[in-house]
Design a protein around this ligand. Structure first.
Ligand SMILES: [Zn+2]
Length: 256
């Protein structure tokens, strides 16, 4: 894994740029450093055909604590998808964002087509897409809001003027890295940790919200984000994520 980390790290220099510029830089860098797959590190493409097939694994049932929002996922958080999500967020591989955005847009489409309140709001009024704020973490690029950028890209792919994305949520206090925490510890770590920015309170009041995140594990993050937008007056909240962690991974030893 150390070698893979180095390979991905080499590409992170191009990861902070976006769009056409990023593609151009990546191609130029590729002359010296070959592009490697974000899932398996094979050279040649940012996301290889094998990993793309693996990402078609149907998602497990999404687990959300009582009172949390109904949530839809595009795939299971396992194998190359798990690596892809981690590398995108922690190594700053922005060139992988389109692959994740395609999956997130799929989950958002399912939520918008299935949840009756979202379905109605899509034809009357509109749906507010709200990315879950990215927690600070050692090694993560300072200031990079990977989930916010992913949410903006996925929303644009839906091409619906009545579905708009805005980063209205922020952390109101520091939270510990969730990795390695059990279900109960995650809930305690996050309780009351998010809030709607003062400038966006009027947008959230009475809104129908679709929370989005890259991964759901115990559902504690989505539950806290839902609490925060409800506290600001949102009248309905649902959620869509790229990938859902299968139940066996959602219960570390400390939980059993
Ligand atoms: Zn691959």
């Amino acid at each position: 894994m150390a070698r893979r980390g180095e390979q991905w790290g080499q590409m992170s220099a191009a990861g902070g740029l976006t769009g056409v510029v990023a593609a151009g830089v990546r191609d130029a860098v590729g002359l010296v450093l070959p592009v490697r797959c974000g899932g398996c590190a094979a050279p040649g493409a940012a996301w290889c055909p094998g990993c793309r097939r693996a990402a078609r694994t149907p998602p497990p049932d999404v687990v959300v604590p009582a009172g949390g929002p109904a949530a839809w996922a595009a795939t299971a958080c396992a194998g190359p998808v798990r690596v892809l999500v981690t590398v995108h967020k922690d190594a700053g591989r922005a060139d992988l964002r389109p692959e994740l955005a395609v999956l997130l847009a799929e989950a958002m489409h399912r939520a918008l087509a299935t949840d009756p309140v979202l379905r109605t709001a899509r034809t009357r009024g509109g749906v507010l897409v709200v990315p879950v704020p990215t927690a600070r973490r050692a090694g993560r690029r300072r200031g990079e809001d990977a989930v916010g950028a992913l949410a903006t890209d996925a929303t644009a792919r839906l091409g619906d003027p009545r579905v708009g994305c805005r980063r209205v949520l922020r952390h109101t206090r520091a939270v510990a890295d969730q990795t390695g925490l059990g279900r109960a510890a995650r809930a305690v770590n996050l309780a009351g940790s998010m809030g709607v920015r003062a400038a966006d309170l009027r947008i959230v009041e009475g809104a129908v919200c679709l929370l989005v995140d890259d991964v759901v594990t115990t559902g504690a993050t989505l539950a806290e984000a839902a609490r925060a937008v409800r506290a600001a007056g949102a009248r309905h909240v649902a959620a869509a994520v790229v990938a859902a962690t299968p139940p066996t991974r959602a219960r570390p030893r400390s939980d059993q």
